[in-house]
Design a protein. Sequence first.
Length: 749
Amino acid sequence: MATGSYNSRMKTLWGFGLILHTALIAAQVEEKPLLVPTEGRTGYLRLTPQQTGLSPKSVYQPLENVPIRETGHSGLAAGDVNGDGLVDLYVCGMEEPNALYLNRGNWKFEDVAESVGVACRGWRLSGAVMVDVDGDGDLDLALTSLLDGRNFMYLNDGKGRFTENLDVGWVYNPRGGTVSTSFADVDGDGDLDMYTTGFVKKFLNEELDMDYALKVQKMGLDALQNNRPLPELFWEYYDIDSKDHIQGLQKGEDAVPQMRPAYIEDHLYLNDGTGGFRAVADRERRFVDYNGRILKRPRDPSHEAIFRDVDGDGDPDLYVTADFANPDRLWLNDGRGYFRQAHPLAMRRTSQFSMGLDFTDVNRDGHLDFLTADMLSRSHKRRKTQMGDMQVTESGIGLIQNRPQIMQNTLQLGRGDGTWTEVAQLSGLKATEWSWGVSFTDVDLDGYEDLIVATGMTRDFMDSDTQNRITETGRDSNKLEDLLLTREWFPKLPTQNVVMRNQGDLTFKYKSKDWGFSAEAVSGGLVHADFDGDGDLDLIFNNWTDPLEIYQNETVAARIAVRLVGHGVNSQAIGAKVRLLGGPGGPKPMEHEIVCGGGYASSSDNLIVFGTADRTEGLALEIIWRRADGTLLKAYVSNVKPNHQYTIHEPATGETYQIPKPALRSPLFESADELLYIQHPDDPTLEARVKHNELPFDDFAYQSLLPNRLSQLGPGVAWADLNADGRDDLVIGSGRGGELLIHLSGESG
């Protein structure tokens, strides 16, 4: 599209699109027609920083004497900070100045960070969230830093000027900082609480000499071997890897748990109702495992945390992604801000290096699904060069309760019973390059949410050829001092960002080039917002060393835009759910939950957009509000029209919403294990349960190209009337070292 026609089109939009019409549907609803362009295409038009002004004018001066490893992945936040009806943008600069861009209309922005007090000059910020923490109706600003470990919170005066909120009890750790933060009313008191993820930037052996590190390790090992409590000094620098029991079980012996360097804790901060926050202590027993045993806050390398009502009981649950071998954690909220880990078998496998995360109902069956992003490449060649560090998936005999982690995206398809099945391979989503921010959004407005992924890395630190080269020189790429000397040996890894179209049948189709993504860069965070007021969601990526990638959504299909205004201190209605009834697509209504933060170091605007395709009549909106007293309130808006925006205010009173109870399905089979027993040859009164004997065997050591193990197929089983009494008897074979079992059927069955 030529620049001239683009500018004239946008002037037309802004000339007529901001006229507000009071709806006749209800006193609490404002209706605004959207002037949707009649010409366009499905996908995005890339705009330049020069066109938009989204480019810092000053030069960043980094702090002196602070070591930095190439990271570059930082985020941004979108929202209307000055109340003029236009969505503004905060950008974490990392290697450039931090910037707050005010939207002046017609895709023109002005950086005002210095004049309004949020430049944070000299601080390399990682993440940003626009959120009303003090309940006064305007958007405040929460900023986090991984490299410098300094977090900020600024309060808005309602006109877009900020002062730092000093009533936040930030917990600092000199060994690391925060990538992302997320907000929700976790304890049901009406205000928004905060969760920050912790990530380490240096380990003990980078701060102190190796002799001291070995001394601390020996203290921990001695305590383990003598069944003594581990000393506090040990816990400061190390953790126990709970997965190392697997190796011992495979060897048929008791294994000493292995020590691994400790990362820093995540933190949950509770809001006092006025924007003051205090960190939750372990002694408050806010986090327990599935069996109710009290846990310390996890010390995982956490990238992203997101609050969503995963179990459908109306309160915000919490999912936290973890890098490396550390497990992702799903915490279920009891409604009072106390969290229990989900059942160990709720998910059967997860991503190995989980970075980004987002939720949606992929197939519109009414159950919440989610995707975690990893690093598997779409290129066959790159997959082979990047897989050098991967090990054979742990699958020791009898380990049915482990949760394997694999280096690929995982798409967890909800079953509606608190469990998920992993379908990324089926859906075509397992590989999206080295991935960071992810978002489900309906780009083509057909009623199904598509997937957008920010990709790229400063250097391909997984490249096996370079790692072998480093090893040949006697260096270790896992040591910081060696990495700093050799990091430029690794190839740079800019890649094209990815968009995958949801085809409505659980499969996705690659559409990056068709829908306007052509640049190769190193992207981190991303945000969606309606920057031009036409009712669809535009898109901006934050890139390392490259300019922002700015995309205007050109889709011309019909849409309905919804913005909620909360009653009380939760002015953004965080946690409320919006459903479009009568829309296109699957068997269940489209549903969105209002969230705050939860993007990879980023937060999108709270506007909800539904695609209506060819549906023009019979459309309605249903909103479920979560009240401060823990009850749920239902509101209904009928006669909803396509190509309109609805601003809906939370009513003070109304119909209580009752969570539907899921229909219990009778199982097809029931367990009859008690009918199987073995009589001991020396003592017929003793009974033992059947146990299959199988010795460990590494198939892949002999046949490395096998797709699956063939040595663990289980026993052969047959029914036959062995004693000619008219009843079938059961024969169970065995593996090497075992014995054949014959169970003679008795008269009682």
